[in-house]
Design a protein around this ligand. Sequence first.
Ligand SMILES: C[S@@+](CC[C@H](N)C(=O)[O-])C[C@H]1O[C@@H](n2cnc3c(N)ncnc32)[C@H](O)[C@@H]1O
Length: 250
Amino acid sequence: MEFDQHVPFFRAFGQQLVDWAQVGSGHHVLDVGVGRGANLFPAAARVGPSGRVVGIDAAAGMITGTTHAIRAEGLTHAQVALMDAACLDFPDCTFDRVLSGFTLHMLPDPTTTLSEIYRVLNPGGIVALSLPGPHPDRRWDRYGELIGQYVADVDRARWPDWPAHDWSQLLEEAGFTHGDMVNRAVEIPLESPESFWRGEMAHGMRGFIEALPPASRAAFQDDVLGWLRNMEPLTLSRGAWFYKAEKLLA
Ligand SMILES: C[S@@+](CC[C@H](N)C(=O)[O-])C[C@H]1O[C@@H](n2cnc3c(N)ncnc32)[C@H](O)[C@@H]1O
């Protein structure tokens, strides 16, 4: 599937998030907004057959693709389900860890989802989130500038202006304690400018690109490819904020 083939940075961050969340052998883990399993597969490897990993996603295509991938890997302790992050269909105190990669910032109501995550976590359990953050390679500032040049053309009905949140505060308001955060980054060699563009068209950025009128969309693509053709060495730099917090032992 496109998402998996062209968006390698999600899996790199997924492995880091599993480490950051201290996922351990035998843990029961929930992954909210599982996508193509960037967190789910590293978590399944970490918990082993005595543990269990469940991924949920609101997009049927993600669930179908990830179900196939789980079967292809022969994993019996990982599964996925179609579900809205705002209404987790699990009993209270079901999981030792809840992960969510690059998803909560896209939700209209992350507060409800954080309350749901708190409810389904066991006392002593940990929630760990990854969210877009600053990248270390300053050459990639140019991408932000290009997006900034075109953002005024975007059809806001198709690409909402996501509000900024204070995630530490939202976690605290949901009941979590011992919050911690860190800035993480990945650097990935790019095969070509076109492979970067295919990657952007296989994840959330596609929404931004398709919300541009056709003429702006073509001009944006030309500008991005032209800029990357002059980049040497051609590497992708992505940054993330990782947050984690605990549900206190009762
Ligand atoms: C940017 S992708 C990240 C996927 C994966 N966590 C990763 O790191 O590669 C965000 C995912 O959140 C899912 N999503 C968006 N809104 C959702 C909702 N309300 N409930 C559950 N999943 C949702 C999308 O379908 C998509 O798979």
